[in-house]
Write a protein that binds this ligand. Structure first.
Ligand code: C2E
Ligand code: MG
Ligand code: MG
Ligand code: MG
Length: 293
């Protein structure tokens, strides 16, 4: 495998690249059967309605892999391998199934409705049985309409917007909410906002990284929020880490924040406990710092 690296014959690949390749091929083989061994877990990051007393209105389901050799690892390390290997569809469906199972039990116990969002990879939506699969799991677990949200990234978008909108229409019929993830990270963003019949747009994390011109940053963000509002699309700001950004987003009319400033992603059990303990969260500048799971 290493020998087939393009740089190898010229001798200019470095150790870092080699280590990465070795590790990727190790992860790749360890992936075999990992779903069946139940090594993938649900983490949830709360979503906070900043226009409504900072209420917890839901959460995004994020996968974590309890790798026997490396401990708990983040999706950034293995999602792209799974995409390459064609394993991502199975993982996405597994995560969705677990999410619905949990939500079913949560609602059965008499708890108030909560929104749950799951990520869907590009490969997933290209499958002919995509809508039927997600719809049938939703129905199997008797999840009411309007609680399950499917997140599609910009890169997931099909070359043909009408095909994607056709899928959105079918998903709406089956009671799903559809959101556009990582908005602003791609190059054709505004065009997507114009053409896609999505319900929610998630402003990419990169909008909220410290920029050296906060005035320009805020002009761009508040105008995207206004545009979305006029198009009847809700806005979620992702990756917000500072309380002053929360204040700005609130005045700019942003609906929801999902960021360390309110809460990091947490194990599903902790999310359930949090919901039992409190209805709202306060922003704090103390959650940032080192990247943990
Ligand atoms: P995403 O869907 O855009 O999810 C948001 C990511 O931003 C999460 O990273 C979350 O931990 C991170 N984040 C949220 N707030 C903050 C913040 O304030 N600061 C910083 N620095 N980061 C923040 P995570 O969990 O590592 O997931 C990365 C990506 O992996 C996700 O991006 C999504 O594209 C993908 N992913 C995660 N779970 C799944 C899954 O089950 N299926 C698929 N297909 N993709 C998944
Ligand atoms: Mg997402
Ligand atoms: Mg995102
Ligand atoms: Mg992403």
């Amino acid at each position: 495998y290493i020998k087939s690296l393009p740089g190898d014959q010229f001798g200019f690949y470095n150790k870092e690249i080699r280590d990465k390749v070795v590790d990727e091929s190790e992860l790749e083989s360890e992936m075999e059967g990992a779903i069946e061994r139940q090594e993938f877990r649900i983490f949830v990051q709360p979503k906070i309605s900043i226009q409504n007393n900072n209420r917890i209105v839901g959460g995004e389901v994020l996968v974590r892999w309890d790798n026997p050799r490396k401990g708990t690892i983040l999706p950034g390390q293995f999602i792209s391998i799974m995409e390459r290997e064609g394993k991502i569809i199975l993982l996405d469906r597994y995560m969705f199934d677990l999410s619905c199972k949990w939500l079913h039990e949560y609602l059965q116990s008499g708890n108030p409705p909560i929104n749950l969002a799951v990520n869907v990879s590009k490969m997933g939506i290209l499958r002919e049985d995509f809508v039927d699969y997600y719809g049938s799991i939703k129905e199997k677990y008797e999840i009411p309409d309007g609680l399950l949200e499917l997140e599609f990234t910009e890169t997931v978008m099909l070359s043909d917007d009408t095909v994607f909108n056709g899928l959105v229409a079918k998903l709406h019929e089956r009671g799903f909410i559809c959101s556009l993830d990582d908005f602003g990270a791609g190059y054709s963003s505004l065009n997507l906002l114009k053409n896609l019949s999505i319900d929610i747009v998630k402003l990419d994390i990169m909008f909220f990284r410290k920029s050296n011109d906060i005035r320009r940053e805020r002009i761009v963000i508040s105008n995207i929020i206004n545009m979305a509002k006029e198009l009847h699309i809700k806005t979620i700001a992702e990756g917000v880490e500072f309380t002053e950004t929360v204040e700005f987003l609130k005045s700019a009319g942003c609906d929801i924040i999902q960021g360390y400033v309110f809460a990091r992603p947490m194990p599903l059990e902790d999310f359930e406990r949090l919901l039992g303990e409190t209805k709202s969260l306060s922003p704090t500048d103390e959650n940032k710092a080192v990247n943990i799971c």
